[in-house]
Write a protein that binds this ligand. Structure first.
Ligand SMILES: NCc1[nH]cc(CCC(=O)O)c1CC(=O)O
Length: 324
C-alpha cells in the first residue's frame, strides 16, 4: 500500500516523545545550559516540546567547605534523584561536577556529550589587570584546590581566599569587596553572558583545567530508550572521546575532594587523541605530570594509561597524604 509505514518505522514514529522534561540545578548558569539543550533539541526535533524542572542541590545551599557535606556529587545528587524518580526525563550536568571515581547512579546513562566549550579559567579583576600585573597580597576568591595549588606554584605572592556560590553570586561578592579578583571558568561566564568581566583567559599550561571542563552531559534513565534515541543526536563525537579519556583517568586515579587534580584530552582534526594530566600537592610545590597520545588505544584506555603513569610517579601516596 503506498505510503504505508513498515512495522519497524511505525514503532519508531510512535516512540518519539512528545514532551521531554529537563531537570537541572536552578542557578543562572545551569538554566542557560538547559536553554542551549532546548534550542539544539528543537532544531533537531521540532515536534518535541520541552519543560524545565529546576532543583536546588546541596552544593547550591551549603556555602561552607564541600568536603563537610557530600563533597563530590554535591551538585548532582538531587538532579539524579529527580531523574530516577521519574519527575523528569533528561538531566543536564556539567561533566566537571559529575563524580568520576564511581559509576553513574544505577539506572542512568549518559546519552550525549554536547560540543565542548572553552576549557580555560579566566581572571576577573575589576581593575583590568592580568595575573602577572597583580601586586603581592592581592586576594583571589576561589575555594578550588586545583586553582589554589596552581596559583601557589606560579604566583606565590598572591593570596587565595575561600569563595563559593554560583558564578553570579561570586561576582556579587567580588563587587562587595570580599576578594580583589576571581578565577572562574570562561565557559561558565559565557553561559551567563558575562564575558565582559574577563581580564585574562589563562593558558592551560599555567592553569590546567579540571577534568570535564566546558562539557555538558545529557543523562537519561537507561530503560528510557525513547528519550535516549531522541537526544543522542546532540552528541559531539570528539567531545565524547575527550570526556571518556578524562573520566577514565579520574576513575583510575581515585582522587578525593581535596586532591588538586587537573587534565584535559584533546581530539585533533587528524583523528589523534592526547591526554595531559597533573597532580599537585596543595602548596603546588610538587607537580606530577603526564602527557600521552592514544595511538591505537581507545579513549578509555588512554585515560587508564595516563593515570597509571602518574601512579608510577607516586600519585597515590601524594593524594592519600592530603587531609580529606
Ligand atoms: N563548580 C561549578 C562549575 N561547574 C562547571 C563550571 C564551569 C563550566 C564548565 O566547565 O562546564 C563551574 C563554574 C566555575 O568553575 O567557574
Amino acid at each position: 500500500m503506498p505510503g504505508a509505514l513498515s512495522p519497524r518505522s511505525r514503532v519508531n514514529a510512535m516512540s518519539t516523545p512528545e514532551l521531554i522534561r529537563i531537570v537541572s540545578r536552578d542557578s543562572p548558569m545551569a538554566l542557560a545550559q538547559v536553554e542551549r539543550v532546548r534550542a539544539e533539541l528543537t532544531a533537531l526535533h521540532p515536534g518535541i516540546a520541552t519543560e524545565v524542572v529546576p532543583v536546588k542541590t546541596t552544593g547550591d545551599k551549603w556555602m561552607g567547605d564541600l568536603s563537610l557535606v557530600e563533597g563530590k556529587g554535591a551538585f548532582t545528587k538531587e538532579v539524579d534523584a529527580a531523574l530516577l524518580a521519574g519527575q523528569a526525563d533528561l538531566a543536564v550536568h556539567c561533566v566537571k561536577d559529575v563524580p568520576a571515581d564511581r559509576p553513574l547512579p544505577a539506572g542512568t546513562v549518559f546519552a550525549a556529550f554536547l560540543k565542548r566549550d572553552d576549557i580555560r579559567d579566566a581572571l576577573v579583576h575589576p581593575g583590568g589587570r592580568t595575573l602577572d600585573e597583580l601586586p603581592a597580597g592581592t586576594r583571589i576568591g576561589t575555594s578550588s584546590v586545583r586553582r589554589v595549588a596552581q596559583l601557589a606554584a606560579s604566583h606565590p605572592h598572591l593570596l587565595c581566599v575561600p569563595m563559593r556560590g554560583n558564578a553570579n553570586r561570586r561576582l556579587e561578592k567580588l563587587a562587595a569587596g570580599e576578594a580583589d579578583a576571581l578565577l572562574l571558568a570562561v565557559a561558565g561566564l559565557e553561559r551567563i553572558g558575562r564575558t565582559d568581566v574577563i581580564t585574562e583567559a589563562l593558558p592551560v599550561d599555567l592553569m590546567c583545567p579540571p577534568i570535564g571542563a566546558g562539557i555538558l552531559a545529557l543523562q537519561c534513565r537507561e530503560d528510557d530508550t525513547d528519550t535516549i534515541d531522541a537526544v543522542s543526536g546532540l552528541g559531539d563525537p570528539d567531545t565524547y572521546k575527550e570526556a571518556s579519556a578524562e573520566r577514565m583517568f579520574l576513575h583510575v586515579l581515585q582522587g578525593h575532594c581535596n586532591s588538586p587534580i587537573a587534565g584535559f584530552a584533546h581530539a585533533e582534526r587528524s583523528g589523534g587523541l592526547s591526554l595531559r594530566a597533573r597532580v599537585f600537592t596543595p602548596d603546588g610545590k610538587t607537580v606530577l605530570n603526564a602527557h600521552e597520545w592514544a595511538g591505537p588505544l581507545d579513549p578509555a584506555t588512554l585515560g587508564t594509561s595516563v593515570a597509571v603513569a602518574l601512579l608510577r610517579q607516586g600519585a597515590r601516596e601524594l593524594i592519600d597524604s592530603i587531609a580529606h
